[in-house]
Design a binder for this molecule. Structure first.
Ligand code: MTE
Ligand code: MO
Length: 387
């Protein structure tokens, strides 16, 4: 298949690669609304966008090591209890370009906007697996089942022309509180082609690579997915490992993303008169359902710190949690710090602390890895002096 029937896209996206289409949101758009508009949401692809048959003929196959294999129509999936989960999706390659400045890494370059937050609507994967006979809370488990593999239908060169696929552990998939969705809606609208129409997986708190779009098949298996993206990509290596001495099997596939934050406004490199006040805006997010405890800002390259104001989170639709304090934190915190006097030129830094007291590393060099994944080092911009 070729790239002749790609969907129409907003001209305001920042395109990092045309074929496959990889594009991110202008940073100032990210911090301007809690939910990211579908058209402006980052798009991360490994092949052409598939063209799906009539939705009335679509069937999701649930098969493998489980008591009752299923074939489910879209109408049936929509008849199951519907949950709306506000969750941030973040590519493991977010902020890769900064890491490449230390030493070149391999992969599509991304600024700080390979991330976005949407209200995802759909059925819970745990409900579907229960129908297939696998229940998190009883002794009915899949025979030899340890992993849940998601198989798509987009064809990628990394899979030698085969479909994109990934897996998550069975215990994660069957846990209703992990809120893993089979989503058919994004921000209250029918999921569009770029984001997985008619059905995609959303694994909240986990790197975007496991949230498989255009899903066709779910396979319960003894082993984790053996595909390229699970085994030979999206793993983190120490800085000493390079392409000539890499042993992919020595590391596990990435799951939860680490605590992250970025300054979305002002833009890096803008001119500000010394002594003037600036307004700073950005996001902070933690993986694994953890929230953001604190956002620290420095305008003197880390000599002193101020605390940013964390904006209230948005909750839309029903995610099934009656009590706010019980709800896992799957979505980012937008923050602002207004009226900050700056002596230019200066370096502005943001770093966040999550609810488990995890902090971001100061130096990108310490976490350098050859694939340029999980760059969550302190995010910095410079403000130039006026001449
Ligand atoms: N699913 C399929 N079928 N094909 C893909 O290329 N890319 C993954 C994931 N799911 C991908 C996929 C990656 S790496 C990311 S970060 C997210 O989708 C991006 O989702 P988005 O394009 O909806 O933002
Ligand atoms: Mo990704």
């Amino acid at each position: 298949r070729t790239y002749e029937q790609e969907p129409r896209r907003s001209a305001s996206l920042i395109v990092n690669s045309q074929e496959p289409f990889n594009a991110e949101t202008p940073a100032s758009v990210l911090s301007s609304s809690y939910l990211t508009d579908e058209d402006m949401f980052y798009k991360r692809n490994h092949g052409p966008i598939p063209i799906l048959p009539d939705p009335s003929t679509y069937n999701l196959i649930v098969t493998g090591a489980l008591p009752n294999p299923l074939s489910l129509s879209l109408d049936f999936l929509k008849s199951l209890p519907k949950y709306t989960v506000v969750a941030t999706l973040q590519c493991a390659g977010n902020r890769r370009t900064e890491m490449s400045k230390v030493r070149k890494v391999r992969g599509v370059g991304w600024g700080a906007a390979a991330i976005g937050t949407a209200a995802w609507g759909g059925a819970k994967l745990s409900d579907v697996l229960k129908l297939a006979g696998v229940d998190h809370f009883s002794n009915v488990t899949a025979e030899k089942g340890r992993h849940v593999e998601f198989v798509s239908c987009d064809l990628c060169k990394e899979e030698n022309g085969g479909a994109y696929k990934a897996s998550i552990p069975l215990l994660h998939a069957t846990n209703p509180e992990a809120d893993v969705l089979l989503a058919y809606e994004m921000n209250g609208k029918v999921l569009n082609r770029d984001h997985g129409y008619p059905l995609r997986v959303v694994v909240p708190g986990v790197i975007g690579a496991r949230s498989v779009k255009w899903i066709e098949r779910i396979i319960i298996s003894e082993r984790e997915c053996q595909g390229f993206f699970q085994q030979k990509d999206y793993k983190m290596f120490p800085p000493r490992v390079d392409w000539d001495n890499i042993d992919w099997q020595s590391r596990r596939p990435l799951m939860d993303f680490p605590v992250q934050s970025a300054i979305c406004e002002p833009q890096d490199g803008v001119v500000v008169k010394s002594g003037d006040a600036v307004d700073l805006y950005g996001y902070a997010v933690a993986g694994g359902g953890r929230g953001i405890e604190r956002v620290d800002i420095s305008v003197d390259n880390g000599k002193s710190w101020m605390e940013a104001h964390r904006l209230p989170k948005l909750q839309v639709g029903s995610d099934g949690y009656e009590d706010d304090s019980q709800r896992p934190d799957w979505a980012w915190t937008l923050w602002e710090l207004k009226n900050v006097n700056v002596e230019t030129p200066c370096t502005v830094i943001v770093k966040a602390v999550d609810t488990a007291a995890n902090v971001q590393p100061a130096d990108v060099g310490d976490i350098w890895n050859l694939r340029g994944v999980l760059n969550n080092s302190w995010h910095k911009i410079t403000l130039q002096a006026q001449h």
